[in-house]
Design a protein around this ligand. Structure first.
Ligand SMILES: Nc1ncnc2c1ncn2[C@@H]1O[C@H](COP(=O)(O)OP(=O)(O)OP(=O)(O)O)[C@@H](O)[C@H]1O
Ligand SMILES: [Mg+2]
Length: 474
């Protein structure tokens, strides 16, 4: 965080000082995990599901060297700012700090700070990672770690920015109405990018139109002169133009789009390539990321960077060199024993499941056996059985060689596959990760291409780690 006094923290959060000299400076990072405290830190004592941050406040100060604690109650001997609601106060602090950074940048000769918000049902983290790598070629860039996109992760990311920051790239997640309104109030963007309105987290929303309304809050939350960057290929996203306060730039694959991908193709390694066209200029994109679906994320990242004023050639050069930064996302490992693992176990919903299965089929081609290890897609509400069955259907259509369905929640995938005509040993059901591990140990053979995928909470990422990290015996 920029150096702020306890007094400034109290003013920004509407809190009161307790056992602290008002002039004490916060000089280290703002953290919610006491293990990450550094000397000078501000420790944010959040009440967690399992642990209460207040229990760690004292040691954050005495052992970790934190200068200040943001807390909901006074703690003996702990220098603190006391607020009613620590989570809300964290947001207020981020809002205040960002406003101060904007003021500091907004002086004659000052270097501008561009705040970019990205939302959508899938692809946020991937797009954020691509965009951050592009922006970094033009100036100091702050972007979230992993998928920090909620009411805690977003302010923590904002608070990492300082006077040198030129681009603040923020992932904004929404699992309900009002979530993006909250996040954009903390960090009103100069540029808001909307990827897709899909089926992710439908359970919490109650319908796809409600998802569209919730996502549109990023557009209404733009600064008055902010630009909306919208997906022209998704009608629900394109329609958000009507809510934009000003300029709109679209991206997509048809001539309705301002930034367009032409001649989209996939190489044998499953990586997307296309021609990027913008205002009469063209450049060739060849991604390092695996999966045709990433073309769309790359296009969104490019459109956003162009909106931020970067030249096309620079955008494309950076895009072609960019890697997937966050773990368990289409992470492809060619093992020494001849087995290729696609670890896409970070998360899953019907859209990303289909995309990953398609990439599996492409990578395996005709010569290699494709193996899909699939777990539950969560938060699908009443759609859950139908959506899982539909994946079973897809597995058969793509001619996946072996499908291992893990856990009861995913069982309808097996049922769907069998109904579509899968037979014999093509689809196996296993109860849990242990059984999946045993089955894979005996089933996998050199040449196989294995995809591992499920929702995060279904835990198949453990299997992803295991399969990609193994010391393969000679
Ligand atoms: N455009 C897309 N279409 C289908 N699947 C996609 C697309 N973009 C990403 N995916 C897949 O969706 C999964 C999640 O991707 P990513 O982490 O980028 O999304 P996210 O929106 O950040 O998700 P979350 O809401 O969990 O933070 C990955 O498996 C990824 O390969
Ligand atoms: Mg994410």
């Amino acid at each position: 965080m920029i150096a702020w006094t306890a007094q400034q923290v109290a003013e920004a959060t509407g809190g009161r000082l307790a056992q602290v000299d008002p002039t004490v400076l916060v000089t280290g990072p703002v953290v919610t995990d006491s293990r990450q405290v550094e000397p000078g830190s501000l420790f944010v004592a959040l009440p967690g599901e399992h642990v209460d941050g207040h229990d760690y406040a004292e040691s954050a100060v005495s052992d970790g060297g934190a200068h200040l604690v943001l807390a909901a109650r006074e703690l003996p001997g702990v220098p603190a700012v006391i607020v009613d609601d620590v989570e809300v106060a964290l947001g207020e602090l981020a809002r205040g700090v960002l406003a101060a950074l904007r003021d500091a940048a907004d002086v004659p000769g000052g270097e501008p700070l561009t705040v970019i918000g990205i939302t959508g049902s899938v692809g946020k983290t991937t797009t954020k990672d691509l965009l951050a790598q592009i922006c970094a070629t033009a100036g100091a860039t702050i972007a979230p770690e992993k998928s920090f996109n909620n009411e805690i992760g977003l302010p923590l990311t904002v608070l990492r920015a300082d006077e040198s920051t030129r681009f603040l790239v923020l992932e904004m997640g929404a699992s309900g109405i009002g979530h993006l309104e909250y996040l954009t109030r903390i960090a009103p963007p100069d540029i808001a990018t909307v990827l897709v309105v899909g089926h992710a987290h439908l359970g919490g929303f109650g319908g796809i139109e409600a998802v569209a309304t919730a996502k549109s809050e990023i557009v209404t939350g733009l600064l008055p002169d902010g630009v909306a960057v919208l997906n022209a290929d998704d009608s629900r996203v394109a329609a958000m133009a009507a809510k934009a306060p000003g300029e709109v730039l679209t991206f997509g694959t048809t001539d309705a789009a301002d930034v367009r991908a032409l001649d989209l193709r996939v190489d044998r390694a499953g990586r997307a390539q296309f021609t990027l066209a913008f205002r009469g200029d063209r450049a060739e994109v060849a991604l390092r990321l695996v999966g045709e679906h990433h073309a769309h994320n790359a296009l969104a990242a490019a459109a956003t960077a162009l909106t931020a004023g970067l030249p096309l050639a620079q955008v494309v050069t950076a895009l072609n060199a960019a890697d997937a930064l966050s773990p368990h996302r289409m992470h492809v490992v060619d093992r020494p024993d001849g087995i290729t693992v696609i670890d896409d176990s970070y998360n899953a919903n019907p859209d990303s499941m289909r995309a990953a299965l398609k990439a599996l089929a492409v990578l395996a081609g005709r010569e290699r056996r494709s193996v899909a290890v699939l777990g539950e897609m969560m938060e699908l509400g009443p759609e859950t059985r139908v959506e899982h069955e539909a994946i079973g259907l897809q597995v058969v259509r793509l001619n996946i060689g072996l499908t291992v369905v893990v856990g009861d929640g995913a069982r309808p995938i097996a049922a769907g596959a069998v109904r579509e005509g899968s037979w014999g040993e093509e689809v196996l059901f296993v109860a849990d990760l242990d059984e999946a591990t045993r089955v894979l140990e005996s089933e996998l053979r050199p040449g196989d291409v294995v995809l591992v995928k499920s929702s995060n909470d279904a835990g198949l990422w453990r299997l992803g780690d295991l399969l990609t990290d193994v010391e393969v015996p000679a």
